[in-house]
Every structure is written in C-alpha cells, then in structure tokens.
Design a protein around this ligand. Structure first.
Ligand code: SAM
Length: 317
C-alpha cells in the first residue's frame, strides 16, 4: 500500500505523523487515559514492549516534560520512565531504555534495579508477538507476554497501582480476566476507538493492585494455574469450577475514546495543499532494527542471485 493510500485509509496513521508520534498506537494509550485517567498521580512507570516508542513518547509528554518545565521540579523529583523491548529504540527525552526479552528473568531484574527499591505507580504493556494469523496460537503467545508482564508487576507495582496490557480476545479471555482479578479488584477490557474493529486486540485496564494476603511473587504461576481449573481454586474469586455454563464470567467491556471522533475503520479524504495535491509526511521515526529487516536483506540477496544467474546464462533478467 502506498503512503498516500495508507494515509487515506488509516486516519490514525496520518494523524500520528502530523502530531509527531512514532506509531498510531499512541492514540490507543491516550484514549485509554481519557476514559480511565491512568496518569493521575503517576511518578514512576514501566513501559513493556515499547518499540518503536509511541507509548513512551506519550509517557514523556504527559509526565516527564511537564514536570521538567515546572519551575519547582528538582532533578530527583522528575518522573522515572523505564522502557523495555527486544528491539532497540531511538532515544526519547526522560525515558530509560532496556533492550531485552520481558519473558526472561534477567530483564525483569534489570528493570527492578532501575527502581532502586522504589515501586512503580503504573505498568503498561503493548506487547505483541509476530502475528501468525492462527488465532489460537496468536492468543496463546500473547497471553504469555501478559503473564510475563504480570510477573514484573508483582515485583514492581505498588499497592493501588495500575496495569494496562494488550490482550487478544479469544476463547481464553474469561480465564485471563479471572487471573487478573486475583490481583486487581477492578479489571475492564477496553477497546479504544483507534483500535480497528476488525482486530481482535483490546486492552485490560487493571486498577488498584491488591495482591492476595501473604502473596509471594514466586507462587504466581502456581496460583494462576488454579484459576479456572475444575479441581482447584474454589477459594479464589471468580473461579468456582470451570468458567463455562452457569459459571460463565461476564467481562466488563468498554469502548473508549471520543465516540464522535475518528473511526479507525473508515477512509477519510486527504487534505490538499495550495496546488491541489496531497503531501504525505514521512514516518516520524522508522524502526532502528525491525525484525523484518533481515527478511528483506535475504529477499534482496536472493533476487540478486537470480539476476546474476540469468546474466551468466545471457538471458534478460
Ligand atoms: N507500544 C509500542 C509503541 O507505541 O510504539 C508498540 C509496541 S509493538 C505493537 C509490540 C512490541 O512488542 C514490538 O516492538 C516487539 O519487539 C515487542 N515484543 C514482543 N515480544 C517481546 C518480548 N518477549 N520482550 C520484549 N518485547 C517484546
């Protein structure tokens, strides 16, 4: 798809470039904030799966830059924002970057060290695996990222803090909801207006972190396994047996963002400049080392190989 064509079909892609966001995902976090006021009182944040960095930009613009500009803010008072991703990310003012895998305990340790014994007020996770199109598989891999995020949450989030995580809606959504409810009394699944209806993505907005009494983060997986299992977990909230039939759980689901605002599934006319043409903007910050880079290099090398071979045979490529 050409740039202008994508600009027409994807209003949030175009708006992201106009407003200086690295990705259209920025609007998802902004719309979640409009509904849930997630940044109120926040001084320390972890941004999991952050590249190319539009959520970190939102955090920097909403939390770090206003504090830096405020005359009574000293260096030690400035908000702490730590961003993690497998991919490297171009710098963002006020954001500390860690390159690593969130499912790896060592990455979690590096993040925790940055907090130097303090706790975070907010953890956000927009992690997504490379989507295969096989819904069950994608949903499973996505749920592993959420569980990795939850592991980090149990080590670093203060009581009362919030956790926002991307989810893929599927057959295990109720199970995931119940697992999150073990730690957060309020869990809402939200669909920001900038997230396409055709996409199975939504966001779990988990408020007021309250781990079970005596909870030890080492027991997380054992505890999660009990939820929804027919044989166990009777003592746990929303887990009296399997999550089907009479025990089916109804999940609070909310559309968010200005509902009279832009619709991500609609095409919008392109604004013309004086000479009647449309000027498409370049992306704000192309990814530094995207996973598809190697694939493109291999594709290029193989097409050169074919060309060389045809030249040797004196055939037109
Ligand atoms: N929130 C980002 C933004 O606004 O720019 C977009 C995040 S993008 C949808 C998903 C990211 O998840 C990718 O950058 C990918 O590298 C990252 N990711 C996937 N699996 C990961 C893992 N195991 N550890 C760390 N990052 C991971």
């Amino acid at each position: 798809m050409g740039k202008a064509s994508r600009d027409k079909r994807d209003i949030y892609y175009r708006k992201a470039k106009e407003e200086g966001w690295r990705a259209r995902s920025a609007f998802k976090l902004l719309q979640i904030d409009e509904e849930f006021n997630i940044f109120e009182g926040v001084k320390r944040v972890v941004d999991l799966c952050a590249a190319p960095g539009s959520w970190s930009q939102v955090l920097s613009r909403k939390l770090y830059l206003p504090a830096k500009l405020s005359s009574d803010s000293k260096d030690g008072d400035l908000p702490l924002i730590v961003a993690i991703d497998l991919q490297p990310m171009a710098p963002i003012e006020g954001v500390i970057q860690v390159q690593g895998d969130i499912t790896n305990a060592r990455t979690a340790e590096v993040v925790i060290r940055h907090f130097d014994g303090c706790k975070a007020d907010l953890v956000v996770c927009d992690g997504a695996p490379d989507v295969t199109g096989l819904h069950d598989m994608d949903e499973f891999v996505q749920s592993q990222l959420i569980l990795a995020g939850l592991t980090i949450v149990t080590h670093i989030l203060r009581e009362g803090g919030k956790f926002i995580a991307k989810i893929f809606r599927g057959k295990d959504t109720s199970l995931l909801y119940c697992q999150l409810k073990l730690f957060f009394p309020t869990v809402t699944f939200a669909k920001p207006k900038s997230s396409r209806n055709s996409s199975i993505e939504a966001f779990a907005v988990c408020e007021n972190y309250s781990p079970p009494e005596g909870f030890n983060p080492k027991d997380l997986h054992r505890l999660l396994e009990k939820v929804g299992s027919p044989s166990g977990g009777e003592d746990l909230d929303c887990s009296s047996g399997w999550l089907e039939g009479p025990n089916k759980v109804y999940i609070p689901f909310l559309a968010c963002g200005d509902l009279s605002g832009y619709d991500s599934d609609r095409s919008y006319p392109l604004p013309k400049v004086a000479d009647g043409t449309y000027q498409s903007l370049d992306p704000v910050q192309p990814p530094i080392a995207p996973p598809y880079k190697r694939a493109l290099e291999l594709k290029k090398a193989s097409s050169h190989g074919i060309r060389d071979h045809l030249e040797k045979l004196s055939l037109e490529p």
